[in-house]
Ligand binder design. Structure first.
Ligand code: CA
Ligand code: CA
Length: 225
């Protein structure tokens, strides 16, 4: 009877661990901006930046851009300015332990009325940064020669598994930055997602506890024989 119970416990633990091994976590809050505001994000600007603005389809940025429907759902976020500027939205998160897969994705529109892209003064870029704003890795950026009007929406997807594994347990941030000093530049973002698969910490511990119980039970039975 005891043996059956132990086998049942161990089997349950194995099944439990297998199921939990595929746990998937979304690290970004309000990545689709469907709250209608910047909940979860920090939104700021320097110079003549007007920050990113929530767009429900009628936001008409300064310059020739004009209003566009949201990329997805009811809202997206659009950068604008009256002159040389840096507009940025950032979000902080803690990198989980035991990541087996990490996929970073978003959708954007890029509208550059400055005649050219130039790094970094007329550029849209997406960065992984430390908490002080120091660059850890550039994930994406426009480059000189790119098409000036990329209304898309452009769906971007990057595998960050190796990068995030190297940052396990740390607080870091993602940053969407639009900088300009040539002429008007509108960057639009939506559907920001950082999906990670992790092996939850308790799983391994649970298996070991049940294993120890099994071994302990066997030893006790042997002593009573
Ligand atoms: Ca949206
Ligand atoms: Ca660049």
């Amino acid at each position: 009877m005891t043996r059956l119970l132990l086998i049942a416990l161990f089997t349950t633990a194995l099944i439990f661990s297998t199921e939990r091994a595929t746990a998937s976590i979304e690290l970004i809050t309000n990545g689709d901006f469907e709250t209608g505001d910047f909940t979860g994000w920090a939104n700021s600007a320097t110079g003549a930046g007007l920050e990113f603005t929530i767009n429900g389809g009628s936001f008409n940025p300064t310059g020739p851009g004009g209003a566009l429907a949201p990329i997805a759902g009811q809202f997206d976020a659009v950068s604008s300015q009256t002159s040389s500027a840096l507009n940025l939205v950032t979000q902080i998160f803690q990198v989980p332990l035991n990541i087996t897969n990490a996929t970073f994705s978003w959708a954007d529109r890029i509208r550059n009325f400055g005649g050219q892209f130039s790094d970094p003064n007329q550029e849209f870029r997406v960065l992984i940064e430390d908490m002080a704003g120091g660059l850890i890795q550039e994930i994406f950026s426009t480059d000189p020669g790119d098409p000036l009007q990329q209304v898309g929406p452009n769906n971007r997807l990057f595998d960050l598994t190796t990068l995030l594994q190297s940052l396990a347990g740390q607080d870091i941030q993602i940053a969407f930055e639009q900088q300009d000093n040539l002429l008007y530049f509108n960057a639009t973002i939506d559907n920001v997602s950082l999906q990670v698969d992790v092996i939850p910490e308790p799983t391994a511990a649970l298996v070991w506890v049940v294993l120890a119980s099994c071994l302990g039970g066997t030893t006790l039975r042997r002593r009573f024989r």
